[in-house]
Design a protein around this ligand. Sequence first.
Ligand code: CAA
Length: 247
Amino acid sequence: MTERCALITGGTSGLGEAMARRLHDAGHTVLVTHHAGSHNADHWLEDQAAQGYRFRVYEVDVADHEACQDLARQIEADGHEVDILINNAGITRDATFRKMDKGKWDDVLRTNLDSMFNMTKPFIDGMTSRGWGRVICISSVNGTKGQFGQTNYSAAKAGIQGFTKALAQEVARKGVTVNAISPGYIATSMVAAVDPEVLEKQIVSQIPMGRLGRPEEIAATAAFLCTEEAGYITGANIAVNGGLHMY
Ligand code: CAA
């Protein structure tokens, strides 16, 4: 296996952390980003190191275009060439459309969708010029099926699917694949923030497997997409949702 350098946004918790650990297990160098104030990155690094995982953490707000370009320059100055980019960082600001204000709309569109541009832009040329790359964009079941209370999030996650398919066509001949993963409801703090009664009665009851997914189940899918064997998969949107939505 060739050792690659992977960069995972929002990599210090939830799905991002699980993907970081899985790619580290696969022998890659793993860089992660986190957002200032989300939690203490030093403690997280120590905790991971105690379990045998060595990461490098960079602080960035993926909604901030200039900050992302600065981050890319810093990563290059640190001697890393990013071969694998996982656009994972995302937020929810759930509200029915009637109650949704412009702030909730903008926060979600900027963090979840503008971040695709902000983070992919500075790394894609390096991948195409070296003739190998993997871009994985974390969408959501709710980008495909829509979700009551998530007009902002569903719009952003659907946008990620379009972004993925368009970019996949542009870089296919350069050895770079671009794919989306659409998780269903996975046991992370994001899903834990949903009212437990709503989660149980309206959501888990609709999942054919009758349970939330595990972060490791998303991480395994991402790790596969990063292999050489997955080199013919591009522009795909892989559903990992326990059967909640089939397409
Ligand atoms: N379909 C139709 N009607 C619904 C409904 C549904 N799914 N859910 C609620 N309603 C009805 C209610 O019965 C209520 O009707 P009445 O006014 O006639 O009583 C009306 O709509 C208002 O609903 P709420 O009282 O629920 O509105 P609220 O403001 O209290 O709550 C909400 C809105 C916070 C968005 C809540 O509905 C909710 O949490 N929904 C779940 C959102 C969700 O799934 N988020 C996922 C987060 S995790 C994630 O996003 C990760 C991922 O990728 C999967």
